[in-house]
Write a protein that binds this ligand. Structure first.
Ligand code: HEM
Length: 118
């Protein structure tokens, strides 16, 4: 059985997904200010490794835990919804099926409690 990581195009697919996703995030004025002091090359690397982890690809993530890295940002539901919208659009652009999009969004949604109100 192929993993969600494989279905989304493996390492290359995930890297393209992350590139497109952060283009959308950085064009969104409700979100981009959070990243004003973030090294975006490192962010893209860490996000690609994190997606690989949560989509059952290689376990290569060396960044911080979700609770820790989002502490002090006071992220709220609308921020999370905006992220999910961009994520869905990037997945669709990459040609993912609606089943795979929903499966990927479900995995991300399990992290909500670890990310919001920290
Ligand atoms: C709710 C909206 C979100 C906002 C505004 C947000 C914002 C940020 C920011 C600004 C950073 C960089 C922190 C720094 O520069 O040190 C970061 C790190 C990170 N975020 Fe988020 N985030 C959100 C949701 C998410 C979600 C849903 C995920 C997972 C799918 C996620 C995964 C990560 C990862 C993997 C890192 C890197 C941690 C590290 O480098 O150690 N974030 N986030």
């Amino acid at each position: 059985m192929s993993t969600l990581f494989d279905k989304l195009g493996g390492q290359q697919g995930i890297e393209q997904l992350v590139d497109d996703f952060y283009k959308r995030v950085m064009a969104d004025s409700t979100l981009n200010h959070f990243f004003a002091h973030t090294d975006m090359d490192k962010q893209r690397r860490h996000q690609a490794a994190f997606f690989s982890l949560i989509f059952d690809g290689p376990k290569q993530y060396t960044g911080r835990q979700m609770e820790v890295t989002h502490t002090g940002m006071n992220l709220q539901e609308p921020h999370f919804e905006a992220i999910v919208k961009h994520f869905r659009e990037s997945l669709a652009l990459g040609g993912a099926s609606s089943d795979d999009i929903n499966a990927a969004v479900d995995r991300v949604a399990t992290l909500k409690g670890s990310i919001l109100n920290k």
